[in-house]
Design a binder for this molecule. Structure first.
Ligand code: ATP
Length: 360
């Protein structure tokens, strides 16, 4: 396993890039620590696969360096970097048995028969493939084939890192859940450096210790699932993580309050100190989960008109009109919301202010 360092990496698919938009990846610096489990999360087209291919060596970046344990590997191939990769669709030898497919990466490295037998059985057991070892891969379901692909990625214990590019896309939803759990177990047992590309926040948040959120060719935040939820560093993270995402309102500061339309919401002393130095467009952000909705007027509360209530079983999502803006509120399932009016309390500790889209 290795510490992987990306230094001032940028990439353009154009031969002579000029503008910022010509770059699929804008300048980024990211460290992937040895043995960490990372998810690379972001919407389609934000640059996840480009970044993964730069880490693996399938792509040489236009600018910057890739370092493995301090060694510059920018121009080395995936084989020379000693990387295992699992792609979106199964990559295996249909005419070979499941055993031989799993054994392939080990035999390729001339591993001893005893090691091959032991590792293949261990990985097959982990992925519930132990009863299929003698079967030909061609006759298996797409799910089973992708499990073999995963197994081939996991079977060697001497790789610098294992990279997964949306590996569960072809997998049935129930099995997806099991495989995600299994990958997490594998990581706990083997402590490999894993980088897992996905556009699915649930997949990223359940699998990874750290999630790297990408937006428009840049890394906007790298943090634990809790950090991303509680302190989104960029409005995109607030919007993309959580369901529904964070509420955002244009605001300005007046005295000790944030002013949103006609309403004033008081800020903590600490936040005010930081906001006073902020420049540019300001946005007020708060998660639906941290808002308190009351059916009676309360101190420091703002009156809202209830627009809709969506019962999701474990909780309800209330949509309300606050002056000219719409706000989403997460309400416990046992709380009745029958009135057309409500009063919202904004707990100071959960208010975040963004300046030019970045957290103040
Ligand atoms: P997805 O989730 O859809 O796979 P992604 O986040 O992995 O998206 P990339 O595939 O890295 O994004 O693409 C980033 C940008 O680079 C996109 O605008 C894409 O159109 C462009 N791009 C990707 N591959 C190439 C290529 N081979 N040639 C030209 N442009 C490319």
């Amino acid at each position: 396993m290795a510490l992987i360092k990306l230094e001032s990496i940028a990439h353009s698919y154009y031969p002579n890039p000029e503008k910022d938009e010509d770059y699929a990846l804008k300048s980024l610096d990211v460290d992937w620590s040895d043995g960490g489990a990372y998810a690379l999360l972001g919407p389609s087209g934000c640059g996840k696969t480009t970044l993964l291919n730069i880490i693996s060596g399938l792509l040489t970046p236009s600018n910057g360096r890739v370092l493995y344990d301090g060694k510059d590997v920018t121009s080395l191939s995936p084989e020379q970097r000693n990387i295992a990769q699992v792609f979106q669709f199964p990559v295996l030898y249909d005419t070979m048995t499941v055993f031989d497919n799993l054994a392939f990466p080990l035999r390729n490295r001339r591993a001893a028969k005893k090691i091959v037998d032991q590792r293949v059985l261990e990985i097959a057991t982990m992925l519930d493939l132990e009863h299929d070892l003698k079967k030909k891969a061609s006759g298996l379901s797409p799910d089973a084939k992708q499990k073999i692909s995963l197994g081939r990625g996991l079977v060697r214990d001497d790789v610098a890192a294992i990279l997964f590019d949306e590996p569960l896309t072809v997998i049935d939803p129930q099995l997806k859940w099991d495989l995600r759990r299994k990958l997490k177990e594998v990581h706990h047992r083997m402590k490999r450096t894993l980088v897992y590309v996905t556009h699915d926040q649930i997949e990223a948040m359940t699998f990874a210790e750290k999630v790297v959120v990408m937006y428009n060719g840049s890394v906007v935040q790298m943090g634990t699932p809790q950090e991303l939820f509680e302190n989104p560093a960029h409005t995109f993270v607030g919007y993309f993580i959580g369901n529904p995402g964070m509420n955002f309102f244009d605001c300005h500061i007046d005295g000790k309050d944030a002013v949103i339309g006609k309403n004033r919401i008081s800020l903590s002393h600490d936040l005010l100190g930081r906001v006073k130095k902020a420049e540019g467009d300001l946005k007020f952000g708060i998660r639906p989960l941290y808002l308190d909705l009351s059916s009676t007027p309360c101190d420091n509360c703002i009156k809202v008109e209830i627009a809709s209530v969506n019962n999701l079983g474990a909780y309800k999502i209330v949509t309300a009109k606050m002056d000219k803006s719409m706000v989403k509120i997460n309400v416990p399932e046992d709380k009745e919301v029958t009135e057309t009016k409500g009063w919202l309390h904004f707990p100071k500790e959960w208010i975040r202010i963004y300046s030019n889209e970045y957290l103040v």
